[in-house]
Design a protein around this ligand. Structure first.
Ligand code: MTE
Length: 757
């Protein structure tokens, strides 16, 4: 039985289920200091003075650390390196870290933190995209308050728009989204001998954290080590932020030469850690008489917050994907990452795509309604097929399963019999059905191709067990299990004997981030490279033990070696093979280093092969609306995905279910509110409302497999995709039930009744 394609149990399930998995707060070290953050109470202002006298007199306090004391550089290494570990000169958002109190106990640190006095000369904050772009806006970032700008230019969109039979123009807005991972951010920095520093923590990008530790401590890379502990969810939120607190804890640990523990409470995690960018999308689309898209002009703005952090790359992905999976010869996209005095935004599952997907998939629905076309049919007409070219001019020459996702989702949801025009729906409780289709470039693409490489070290132990160290992480998505399946089949080992361990930067060189749904593809391929080196050595041993003339005469499958022409004659188990590997003194380890297939992007035109491959999906949502109160329920979601090959179908279904629920939250209830001074008002789960099991609709996951020839066993990557198209599918279903079009998420009863914009 091959492991790939089987719904094998998760390697990490039992420990998590039993509650014995160790998360960062479960760790302790002797002589540890507890660290508490003192934050800005202003959204924008000049930092005049920090008085720590009273705080430092408090019992148990080792000291209060401010920016000037950071031993290395006071800048978090990311894209522009513009965010300080601790504010210096200015505070730029409410909740920004200004000082760190280190004490013997957490309670002592908290008590002292309340006594640190921060003097600020307040300045008028900029609190929204529109405010930031206004001609008279305060200049809070360079000369135009814009972190970055990208464009895509193909054909002549202005001219084509003039000759289009129909032109549609709309504006859409999308809100913040908080990751709400179960485990908040946390790290422990432990100073070692000879100026070394080891940082343990909950994270999804240990190599970014490694950079931050090196920067904050001012040490060389070979003195820093980052060990990822069991991570209770990341969803993009632990891409950039762990670098901030790892740098801070490192500074404390280095200054006092003691371990330093910095664990966030939920409230401060919500206030200070990154979120999904709010978006403003202006779309103009021209079609021919039959609804075929002939021109598109799109302006896309995201609210980046106070520092650039990941905004440039989040924006780039959204720019490239702005129109969705539709053919169009004349397209012009301009995008802007805008600075405001609010928490810096970063990665969240979908990475700049869900905003434009909501806009694009809403507008195409509006076009279908206006032209009297079935919304599923308009996607069939315009959607990518083999041979289509993307907005950046890339030829889709393989693994394009969009049409099959549309057909399968349509069939399974019984779209044809359920869809009818809103005007035909009767009664107070009305049902509606809506559809969305999306595509997603797997991996970092041309925008981040310099980081798109991954390493793996694989060792066959003397007892036949296999140890794999990887450069991507497990954060709940099932990577350790799926990668063990790939490694097992590639090597010929039984799945049970393969262990993929949590990531440690000292085991594998910098392998880039765990984002962009790249793990299965990238780490899977690097494991296959390592296995390809080790397997011939195992076959060499097997050939000797089976008296075969050459290794070409033997095979090794699922832990058993045998003669190809006499498979039943004699079989050698994997443990025996491993033992002999050592007896024969053959090298039992191998290293895999995989570099992503090429991609390209021209900064001037935005043309090029933006990603090496794309995944596709179609969602169909069914809702039930009470026309009197505006309250509604999402009843059912049918979700079809082409991920190339489902390495573990049950994990795929789990990802579809989890992502769907996060998408449902984004669509229906999640939003962050600020007061007029930029203070976040809902920084707790009592006020930031999330979907629960009670809100979970019936979810029907559908696997569609269009293998990619460079993927491990054909797999592409799809961890983010299940969230991405849910919001427009629900919003389109609401329109279908009620005739009310919502262009600003979340879809709330007040909006359906016309009481709120
Ligand atoms: N699923 C769980 N349970 N927890 C997570 O943190 N992160 C998502 C997605 N699914 C996440 C998850 C995000 S943001 C990404 S990029 C992918 O998993 C990463 O996984 P992959 O690279 O293995 O696809």
């Amino acid at each position: 039985m091959p492991a790939v394609g089987a719904s094998l149990p998760r390697k990490d399930a039992l420990d998590k289920l039993k509650g014995v998995a160790k998360y960062i707060d479960d760790y302790n070290f002797s002589d540890i200091l507890h660290v508490v953050t003192v934050r800005s109470q202003h959204a924008y202002g000049r930092l005049i003075n920090i008085d720590k006298t009273e705080a430092e007199k408090m019992p148990g306090v080792a000291g209060v650390i401010t920016a000037s004391q950071i031993p290395g550089v006071n800048a978090v290494p990311l894209v522009f390196n513009d965010e300080p570990f601790l504010a210096e000169g200015f505070v730029r958002f409410h909740g920004e870290p200004v000082a760190l109190v280190a004490a013997e106990t957490l309670e002592q640190a908290q008590a002292a933190a309340a006594l640190v006095k921060i003097e600020v000369e307040p300045l008028k904050p900029v609190l929204s995209i529109r405010e930031s772009l206004a001609a008279d806006a305060p200049r809070i970032y360079k000369e135009n308050n814009t972190f970055s700008h990208f464009r895509v230019a193909k054909g002549n969109a202005e001219e084509a728009m003039k000759t289009a039979a129909h032109v549609f123009e709309q504006e859409y807005e999308t809100p913040y989204q908080e990751h709400a991972y179960l485990e908040t951010n946390g790290v422990i920095a432990v100073p070692g001998l000879e100026d070394s520093m080891t940082v343990y923590g909950s994270m999804q990008c240990p190599y970014y954290v490694h950079d931050a530790v090196v920067a904050a401590a001012g040490i060389s890379k070979n003195k820093a080590r980052v060990i990822q502990t069991t991570t209770g969810g990341g969803f993009g939120g632990k891409e950039d932020f762990p670098s901030v607190i790892a740098g801070q804890a490192t500074a404390v640990a280095k200054i006092f030469n003691r371990p330093a523990k910095l664990i966030y409470k939920r409230e401060e995690d919500i206030i200070a850690s990154s979120k999904r960018h709010p978006g403003l999308i202006k779309m103009k689309v021209g079609t021919d008489e039959k609804g075929k898209i002939v021109a598109a002009i799109i302006d896309y703005y995201v609210d980046g917050g106070a520092y650039a952090t990941l905004t440039p790359i989040v924006l780039w992905r959204g720019t490239v994907h702005a129109l969705g999976p539709y053919e169009c010869e004349n397209i012009h996209v301009n995008s802007y990452g805008v600075a405001t005095n609010k928490v810096p935004c970063g990665a969240y599952r979908g990475f700049g795509s869900p905003q434009v997907i909501f806009a694009g998939e809403s507008l195409i629905d509006e076009i279908a309604v206006a032209l009297n076309i079935d919304p599923l049919e308009i996607r069939r007409t315009n959607g990518y097929k083999l041979g289509s070219k993307t907005a950046t001019g890339q030829l889709l020459d393989q693994s394009c399963g969009l049409m099959e996702t549309i057909e399968k989702a349509g069939e399974r949801s019984q779209w044809a019999s359920k869809w009818q025009k809103p005007a035909e729906r009767q009664g107070n409780i009305r049902r509606g059905i809506g559809i969305s289709s999306v595509y997603y470039g797997v991996g970092l693409g041309a925008g981040g191709k310099h980081l798109d490489r991954v390493g793996t070290s694989m060792t066959i132990m003397k007892d036949g067990s296999v140890h794999c160290a990887i450069g991507n992480v497990e954060m709940g998505q099932g990577a350790r299990t799926v990668l063990a399946q790939i490694a097992a089949d590639a090597l010929g080992a039984p799945f049970e004997l393969v262990n993929v361990v949590e990531t440690d930067t000292s085991m594998v060189p910098d392998s880039g981030p765990t984002v962009a749904s790249r793990t299965t593809f990238m780490s899977g391929n690097s494991l296959m490279l390592a296995a390809a080196e080790l397997r011939p050595r195992l076959l060499q041993v097997a050939a000797k033990m089976l008296d075969a003339a050459s290794i070409a005469d033997v095979d090794l499958i699922d832990g058993k070696a045998f003669l190809k022409n006499q498979p039943d004659k004699k079989q050698i188990g994997f443990k025996e093979l491993a033992e002999q590997l050592y007896v024969c003194r053959l090298m039992p380890s191998a290293f895999g280093w995989f570099v992503a297939p090429d991609s390209s992007y021209d900064n001037e035109t935005g043309q090029g092969n933006a990603y090496f491959v794309y995944s596709y999906s179609t969602n169909i949502a069914e809702v039930e609306v009470d026309m009197e109160t505006g309250e509604y329920k999402v009843v059912r979601i049918t979700s079809a995905h082409d991920m190339g090959k489902a390495i573990n179908p049950q994990q795929v279904e789990g990802q579809i279910e989890g992502g769907t629920l996060q998408g449902l939250g984004y669509a229906t209830m999640e939003e962050i509110r600020h007061d007029g001074n930029g203070r976040m008002l809902n920084n707790a789960f009592a006020t930031y409302i999330l979907p629960t099991t009670e809100d979970t609709p019936e979810i029907d996951p559908i696997i569609v497999e269009h293998p990619y020839d460079r993927g491990p066993y054909g797999a592409k990557g799809f961890g983010e995709v299940p969230l991405m198209g849910i919001a427009p599918a629900i919003s389109n279903a609401i329109y279908n039930a009620t005739g009310v079009r919502i262009r600003k998420l979340p879809v709330k009863p007040e909006k359906i009744l016309g009481l709120e914009d």
